[in-house]
Design a protein around this ligand. Structure first.
Ligand SMILES: NC(=O)c1ccc[n+]([C@@H]2O[C@H](COP(=O)([O-])OP(=O)(O)OC[C@H]3O[C@@H](n4cnc5c(N)ncnc54)[C@H](OP(=O)(O)O)[C@@H]3O)[C@@H](O)[C@H]2O)c1
Length: 235
């Protein structure tokens, strides 16, 4: 069997980071060699060395980084991947235009994948939304998303990605956001005509679907040629 892909997990103490560490422990094709969070308490947890954000450059050699953190933490880990020539997988949302441009220029140097949503269901929903928008010219298109009350950005990155799919099909999407309780993530795309409407809905009930998608993507991205990859190219 080939050597496991060495991973750096950025945002390791967060809701997504904890899911990534838990699931990675059961995946033989990956090995987490560094976990990074803003501040560090315990240095090694279940064999994984932890680093504070300020110590990022002290992390050992890694083949791919998986980043689920915050926009203010994003630039440093992307820069480290470019410096080290490592692959970069990120699901951090709420990025600025400048950060999106940074991803674009980094893709000339390293293989990378940014996705607003790492679930298979949303990848399919994206295609359905574009097809519906093409088939229903002139219908109103509204995207309603709901997430847990501690989510910072709105509309969600997934809602914006679904809106981009609708726009590719010719629709002009509008957005509404709900923040409540512990909702993992729900997206409704509604097309309304005269006397009828279509509702396309995706409900995530566990963060594990995103973490699993990101781990598989990182394992398959490491060692590839530089470029900006899509989730569907890798899963
Ligand atoms: N694409 C997808 O499929 C998907 C799915 C779910 C979530 N997300 C996105 O992923 C991101 C994280 O979500 P979450 O719910 O896991 O958030 P969270 O629970 O708030 O976790 C944020 C993580 O980032 C770390 N962090 C904050 N500032 C940092 C810094 N300056 N340097 C290094 N690390 C820093 C935090 O460390 P401390 O604990 O030390 O502060 C924590 O580990 C959000 O943007 C969310 O929208 C994307």
């Amino acid at each position: 069997m080939s050597e496991p892909v060495r991973l750096l997990v950025h945002g390791a103490s967060g809701r997504m980071g904890l899911a990534l560490l838990r699931l990675a422990a059961d995946l033989p094709q990956v090995q987490v060699v560094a976990a990074v969070q803003r501040k560090v308490g315990q240095r090694v947890v279940e064999g994984v060395p932890f680093f504070a954000a300020a110590e990022l450059h002290g992390a050992p050699t890694f083949d791919a980084a998986i980043d689920f953190s915050l926009p203010e933490a994003f630039d440093a880990v992307l820069a480290l991947c470019v410096e080290r020539g490592s692959a970069f997988v990120s699901g951090t949302t709420g990025l600025s235009e400048g950060q999106r441009a940074g991803l674009q220029s980094a893709s000339a140097r390293i293989p990378l994948l940014w996705s607003a949503n790492f679930s298979l269901g949303v990848a399919i929903l994206d295609e359905l939304v574009e097809r519906a928008a093409v088939a229903l010219p002139g219908w109103d298109c509204d995207i309603v998303e709901a997430h847990h009350s501690r989510k910072l950005d709105a509309p969600s990155g997934t809602a914006l990605a679904l809106g981009a799919a609708a726009a590719r099909g010719g629709a002009q999407p509008r957005y509404a956001s709900l923040r409540a309780g512990d909702i993992v993530g729900e997206h409704l795309v509604q097309f309304a005509g005269t006397g009828e409407r279509i509702e396309l809905v995706h409900r995530a009930t566990s963060r594990d679907i995103f973490a699993r998608g990101a781990l598989h993507a990182a394992a398959r991205l490491a060692g590839r040629d530089p470029g900006s990859y899509r989730l569907r190219d890798l899963l």
